[in-house]
Ligand binder design. Structure first.
Ligand code: GLN
Length: 424
């Protein structure tokens, strides 16, 4: 492990081979995004020496656009966490609040941008992993609409929820990176074309007069008071710039966190079955019974949080419990989706604090998995609904950055950039 703040697992330099809008720019890439012949660990001892045989589509696109990749960024193991402390390669420190976590799971990506170690970064967001570290590190991060950005070459945690997305120091730089990575890919059948004229950068005019912003009251009230104070000031600022502010209550949102964790763990238990030391993963060279060999590989290769989730996910999917947990979670997910559809008949964008808390100290929450899950309350509903959301910095409280989350209907990224730029 190298680099200041422990932002990178591998200091790799991959020169761009094209000329384009990213010529001269440096990009950090989260370590669950495949880079050909360059170590890609997912923050796990299981993949400590894994070198993918191909580049992810997003990696090809940034290299073709002229960027230089400068490092594989630290992350929670397989994306499972919100502080980068479950990484097998030690936590990333927050450059804007030393001694505190950088957030997660894309903590290395956000920290690299905040520290100036990279101009831009790619992260992935299954339940908040781009927006959370962007908020904690005082930078901009966007979770795109499901299907806007190719997942080809992303090592899966929970396929139905996750997207790769851009992190940048400003709204404009974040939009520029999205312009490069967005769009259909023949290698990912879930991708589609956004109905957008021009580029995302062109959507930024800072004009919010005529925009209706719906404040998600239940998410705001659950937040730390210092976060609420910053949030209300930012909403007042939007109002002063001509936006109409309305209040929105989404009843289903109270069930989003539980539904998210059942679905994410269920998908993870299936996705991570391939790490058995034969197909993928370090092998102990064990030559006894194959069951024992698999068990010893998985016992040694996976960290505690990953094991906990595989066990819970397998349980939720098992015969007899499937209807009680997995199916119920899918019903709650459908409810969250329809609640968002209804909310967007009343507002153009929805707003909440990105994170209900300020960045914790390194080590503060590590022993308490439930406390760690709860900090995802505001971000996970967005993934359940497959809609886009951005986190934009709105100042500091108690020496730590605060982020505001804006949510739009599917393929409404342009609205997010426009509204976010009014807050910069
Ligand atoms: N913290 C959430 C989880 O642990 C989200 C992680 C992510 O988006 N990859 O599942």
């Amino acid at each position: 492990m190298s680099s200041e703040y422990n932002a990178f697992i591998t200091d790799a330099t991959i020169e761009g081979d094209g000329e384009g809008v990213l010529s001269g720019a440096t990009v950090a890439v989260k370590d669950n995004i495949s880079t050909k012949d360059v170590r890609t660990t997912c923050g796990s001892a299981m993949l400590e020496s894994y070198e993918p045989p191909y580049d992810a589509t997003v990696v090809r696109r940034v290299l073709d656009a002229g960027a230089t990749i400068v490092g594989k960024a630290n992350m929670d193991e397989f994306g499972m966490g919100g502080t980068t402390e479950t990484s097998a390669f030690d936590p990333t420190e927050n450059p804007r609040a030393p001694g505190h976590v950088a957030g997660g799971s894309s903590g290395g990506s956000a920290a690299a941008v905040a520290a100036g170690a990279a101009d831009l970064a790619l992260g992935s967001d299954t339940g908040g992993s781009i927006r959370n570290p962007a908020a904690f590190c005082g930078v901009v991060g966007l979770k795109p609409t499901y299907g806007l950005v190719s997942r080809y070459g992303l090592i899966a945690y929970a396929n139905s929820l996750e997207q790769i997305g851009p992190i940048g120091p400003t709204v404009e730089s974040t939009a520029r990176l999205l312009d490069v990575i967005a769009g259909p890919d023949e290698h990912d059948g879930t991708t589609r074309t956004a109905d957008l004229e021009g580029s995302y950068v062109d959507t930024i005019d800072g004009d919010v007069s005529g925009t209706t912003v719906g404040v998600l009251r239940n998410l705001t009230e659950g937040s730390d008071e210092r976060v609420q104070t910053r949030f209300e000031a930012a909403i007042d600022d939007l109002r002063a710039q001509g936006a109409s502010i309305v209040e929105i209550e989404l009843e289903s949102i109270e069930h989003a966190l539980a539904a998210y964790y059942v679905i994410a763990m269920s998908e993870a238990s299936s996705n991570l079955a391939r790490f058995d030391g034969v197909r993928y993963g370090v092998s102990g060279g064990y030559d006894g019974d194959w069951n024992e060999a698999f068990a010893s590989t998985r016992n040694e290769g996976f960290g505690e949080e990953v094991k906990r989730r595989i066990l819970l996910g397998t349980y939720a999917l098992s015969a007899g419990y499937h209807d009680k947990y997995y199916k119920k979670a899918q019903d709650a997910r459908a409810w969250v989706k329809s609640d968002f559809t209804e909310a967007f008949t009343q507002a153009d964008v929805l707003a909440s604090p990105t994170m209900p808390v300020l960045a914790p100290k390194i080590g503060e929450n590590l022993d308490d998995p439930l406390a760690l899950y709860q900090i995802d309350a505001n971000t996970v509903p967005v993934n359940l609904a497959n809609v886009p959301a951005i986190s934009v910095p709105i100042g500091e409280a108690d020496g730590r950055p605060v982020g505001l989350q804006l949510i739009a209907p599917a393929f409404g990224e342009g609205r997010l950039f426009r509204t976010a730029s009014a807050l910069e």
